[in-house]
Design a protein around this ligand. Sequence first.
Ligand code: URA
Length: 244
Amino acid sequence: MKKNSIRLDKFLASAGYGSRKEIKGIVRDGKVAVNGQTVKDSSVHVSPVDDTVTVDGLQVLSREFVYLMLNKPAGCVSATTDTREQTVLDFVPENYRHFELFPVGRLDKDTEGLLLLTNDGKMAHGLLAPKKHVPKTYFVKVNGPVTEVHAAKMAQGVVLDDGYLTRPAALRVLESGDNGEAELTIYEGKFHQVKRMFKSLGMEVLYLKRIAMGGLSLDISLQPGEVRELTPEEMGLLKNCGGY
Ligand code: URA
C-alpha cells in the first residue's frame, strides 16, 4: 500500500463528495476514475498525494489545509507520536489521517480543553509566535480561595520559579470558597505557565481546562475526545488575532 493511502470513499468524503452511501453510489455508477481507470469499488486505497482521482472527469482536489478543534481529554499527550502514551492525534477520525495534522501548541497531559489540530504551519506559527501575544483563557480549580487580591497580582504579572516576570494576566474570580475557581487569560505560553503562576501565589492547580484561544472558544457541545472542523466564522476569528 502506498504511503498515506486511504480508502477511496474516505478520500472523497474528506473532499466533500457526500456521505459514504452517496459516494458508493457515484463509484458504482462508474463516475470515479483513479489514474484514468474507472473504479467500481469504493474500498480501494488511493494516495491523495500520488494518485489522480477524478469524478465525472474532473480532478478531485484534496484540500491542502485542515483545521480541527479538539476537546482534549486528560490522559493524552500533545504530540504527534509517542511510544507509550495516547496522543491527541489518536482522536482524529481516519478520513483526516492523511493530512499529517499536528497540535497548535501544547496542553499538559492532565489538561483538558481547546486544542487546534492543523497541517497549516504558517497559521500555527502565527498563533504561537511570542510577539503576537495571542490570548489563551483557562478555567482553573485550585486548592485554596481565589480572591481579588490574586486578580490584582496577576494583573501586575507574577514572578515564576525561574525568576521570569510574566506579562500581565486577567484573572476572573468565579468561586472564592476553599476550592477556588477562576478564569485566567494569559498572553504568552511558557512551560506549565498557568500552574506555575498559581504556584507563585501559593496555590496548586487541581484542574485545568483551556476554554478559548485567540478569540476562538471551545465548543461546549464537544465531548472530551471529540473533534470537528472549524467553521468559516471561527477561521475568521483566528485570522483577526494574527493566526495567518
Ligand atoms: N498552563 C499549564 O500549566 N498547563 C497547560 O497545559 C497549559 C497552560
